[in-house]
Ligand binder design. Structure first.
Ligand code: NPW
Ligand code: ADP
Ligand code: K
Length: 505
């Protein structure tokens, strides 16, 4: 049996965090004690950046996020900082724990319209956190713009105000923080753009909520994770000394004609570098000689002139996984190949042209993929995702990338890798992970083809599909980080052994 994913990597939605809060209170911790510790963690972050005597502006909202701000203000004043506190709303609005926190603040409470951010050394943003439910407007929106224009260090409480903790999206003005102090576990909005960029450094504070309280026996397990090695490291392929190449898995890559010999080769090369034992390109007859003339010599190639020949080629090789898409083409034969690939009993990765061939035919994909008894992985970038699923609810581009990837994974019974700077990997069983490795250096032609090859190579070695996709995305990112700017996609497979060394036991 595989071990459950470590709850330390869990990303909690706003609703799940409210549940964690309730669970902690049910175990006997007072809600105000949580707020007191949250405020202390914020005050500690300010103390690390500033010196007593400096002027700190604490901006408080009308809910518990503001309550954390009132606690931080009280503690910072006791530590010798000079505090200006402004409240968005009326003091009488603050109730419960937030009311108690406000009552503990003895200093003046100013209105946001009176505030000049530039008169301060550090700003604490405790306006809105998990309770944000509409775009910021009026005097608060104007203040947020002034804070951002001030270029002063900003420490946000829980999330930068204006950013959704669930999606990382903004529906209006939002604070641009240097540091965000959040509590117990990260939220999806800390890893999804634009939230990720607006958070600055994210500091995770212990406020007394324990894993046992939230994820203990009888509680639903977390389903959303930060994509870290602990999520999949235990399922990386391990090959004993006596293995042979077929046991390490044979990969096939469906290629097109002469116009695109590079992309499928990048995929095949990556599959070999990640540890598959063999890789074969199945190409159009006119491209065979060109493929045969190009390296690496470890690659094999065979020709198929039509869909039937492609199916026959699949049957002649002892294959363990198939990649279809990179430079496959968009013609009738490409459509036949995609259908044959979906009907074959082989773990399958569909990327690039294969996804475009299926464009606006997501029902066909749902039907064919739904019947498969072996894993299917789809690796669309944003444009391919839109072409495939359309810009309509629940896939619409206005919705969270996390929700869109999850919806697509359930509908197509496939693992969906929605690529981007914050790649989301979603499984049909509801699990999802958000990746943070890599850099803009990966936004280069052929980089996605390499990723498709890594996933396929891991599937060929028997790794479960969700874990294979998560591992591939993480390793691809690490290979990109190691190479840095100046990389071209051809370099990425060569950097995989180095990335593997970071995680292989
Ligand atoms: N969970 C935990 O374990 C812990 C949670 N903690 C803290 O609690 C925070 C969540 O607190 P929260 O639920 O009170 O929500 P919060 O973000 O303060 O906002 C709600 C208020 O804002 C208002 N409002 C919303 N949007 C608005 C807008 N655009 N423009 C104007 N107003 C707007 C909304 O008004 P209404 O919709 O009612 O009109 C309501 O009054 C969380 O982020 C963390 O910091 C910690 O203390 C430690 C333990
Ligand atoms: N700014 C970025 N930061 C991190 N990774 C990125 C960034 N831009 C692109 N990537 C990654 O690079 C790859 C690009 O894939 P894709 O768009 O399919 O490129 P291509 O079609 O040229 O192969 C994806 O894995 C994506 O997640
Ligand atoms: K905030």
């Amino acid at each position: 049996m595989t071990k459950p994913a470590p709850d330390s990597l869990a990303l909690l939605s706003v609703a799940e965090m409210a549940g964690a809060d309730e669970a902690a209170i049910a175990s006997g911790i007072a809600g105000f004690a949580l707020m007191e510790r949250a405020g202390r963690a914020v005050a500690d972050a300010v103390s690390r950046r500033g010196r007593p005597g400096e002027r700190v502006l604490v901006l408080c909202g009308p809910g518990k996020n503001g309550g954390d701000g009132f606690v931080a203000a009280r503690l910072l004043e006791a530590r010798g900082f000079a505090i200006t506190l402004a409240l968005a709303g009326e003091r009488g609005q603050l109730t419960g724990d937030a009311g108690e926190a406000a009552a503990g603040w003895q200093g003046p409470v100013l209105a946001v319209a009176e505030i000049r951010p530039e008169d301060h050394a550090i700003i604490v943003d405790a306006l809105f956190g998990a309770g944000l439910n509409r775009p910021l407007g009026g005097a608060v929106a104007a203040l947020v713009e002034r804070v951002n224009a001030s270029d002063l260090p900003v420490i946000s409480v829980d999330v930068p105000s204006g950013v959704s903790g669930d999606s990382g999206m903004t529906a209006g003005p939002a604070i641009r923080a240097d540091e965000t102090v959040t509590f117990f576990r990260l939220k999806p909005g800390h890893l999804l753009y634009p939230g990720r960029a607006l958070c600055g450094v994210v500091t995770l504070a212990d406020i007394g909520i324990t894993a046992e309280m939230v994820f203990g026996p009888g509680k639903p397990p977390p389903m959303t994770f930060s994509n870290e090695p602990a999520l999949w490291q235990g399922q990386l392929p391990r090959h004993e000394a006596g293995t042979h190449k077929y046991r390490r898995g044979a990969v096939a890559v469906a290629a097109g004609g002469l116009a695109g010999v590079g992309a499928p080769r990048l995929g095949a090369r990556a599959a070999l570098r990640i540890g598959a034992g063999l890789a074969t390109i199945i190409c159009r007859p006119e491209a065979l000689a060109t493929h045969a003339g190009r390296g690496p010599d470890a690659l094999m190639q065979i020709a198929a002139a039509d869909g039937a020949a492609f199916e026959a080629a699949l049957a002649t090789r002892k294959l363990s996984a198939l990649l279809a898409g990179p430079a496959l083409g968009l013609d009738a034969m490409a459509a036949e190949v995609v259908t044959a690939a979906l009907c074959a009993k082989l773990p399958l990765v569909l990327d690039a042209d294969a996804l475009t061939v299926l464009a606006a035919r997501s029902e066909l994909l749902e039907e064919l993929a739904g019947r498969r008894s072996v894993p299917t992985v789809l690796t669309p970038h944003e444009g391919e995702f839109l072409r495939l699923f359309g810009d309509r609810a629940p896939y619409a581009s206005g919705a969270s990338r996390l929700v869109r990837a999850r919806t697509a994974a359930t509908a197509t019974a496939s693992v969906v890798v929605l690529k981007g700077p914050d790649t989301v990997i979603a499984a049909p069983d509801g699990r999802a992970a958000i990746n943070a490795t890599g850099s803009a250096a990966l936004a280069t032609a052929g980089s996605g083809d390499v990723l498709g090859g890594i996933v396929t190579g891991l599937l060929a070695q028997g790794m479960p599909a969700f874990e294979a996709a998560c591992a591939a995305v993480w390793l691809h990112g690490k290979a990109g980080e190691a190479l840095g700017f100046g990389l071209i996609a051809d370099d990425l497979p060569e950097a995989l052994p180095g990335a593997l060394r970071l995680v292989a036991g």
